[in-house]
Write a protein that binds this ligand. Structure first.
Ligand SMILES: [Cu+2]
Length: 183
């Protein structure tokens, strides 16, 4: 554990040496992450917790994932594991959304359609993984879900986050000034 902690601290020290350090990286909002800890986010594959947590019922088609991004731009990868207890990156062998680059700072809602994945059946346990690289290392968040074919839409959509979706320059400026308050 000590070695592990030192590795995280070293990585964070590197973070502080950057020209524009951020107080936060990114945060999965909904479904809720296993854990949200800024320092542990560097820890693959789930940002600090390798045991599954309470599972959120999640529709096979029509699900929502909401997260907040605190870097001006970032590369993201969205994987899914169908193993009961994913403990390694290799367990996240499929994708729930194509790789993409996001920006600016703000809140994001993604519509999720898992119906093309052959493992995605009613009652199946799965784990969604978000990988985020905003320039200071690869960061991880995970959420444990149980798939449902009877849920249609929504269930997990965060209305407050939807209302804050960046819709243009004004929203971007507001998000950046909010970040300045954090710094
Ligand atoms: Cu960061």
């Amino acid at each position: 554990m000590l070695l592990h902690a030192r590795r995280v601290v070293d990585a964070v020290a590197g973070h502080r040496n950057l020209a524009a350090p951020a107080a936060a990286h990114f945060k999965l909002v909904s479904p809720p992450p296993r854990i949200y800890d800024d320092l542990l986010e560097l820890d693959a594959p789930c940002g600090g917790v390798n045991t599954t947590m309470a599972r959120t019922p999640f529709p096979i088609k029509g699900g929502k994932v909401a997260f907040a991004a605190y870097h001006p731009s970032a590369a993201m990868v969205f994987n899914i594991a169908f193993t009961q207890q994913p403990i390694a990156q290799a367990d996240f062998a499929a994708k729930w959304y194509p790789d993409t680059t996001i920006g600016p700072v703000g809140n994001y809602n993604y519509d999720v359609d898992l119906s093309n994945l052959p493992q995605a059946k009613d009652g199946v346990n799965a784990t969604l993984q978000l990988m985020y690289n905003g320039g200071d290392g690869m960061l991880y968040q995970c959420t444990d879900i149980v798939l449902s074919s009877s849920l249609s839409t929504g269930g997990t959509k965060n209305a407050a986050v939807a209302a804050m979706l960046p819709a243009g320059a004004a929203a971007a400026a507001a998000a950046l000034s909010a970040l300045a308050l954090i710094l």
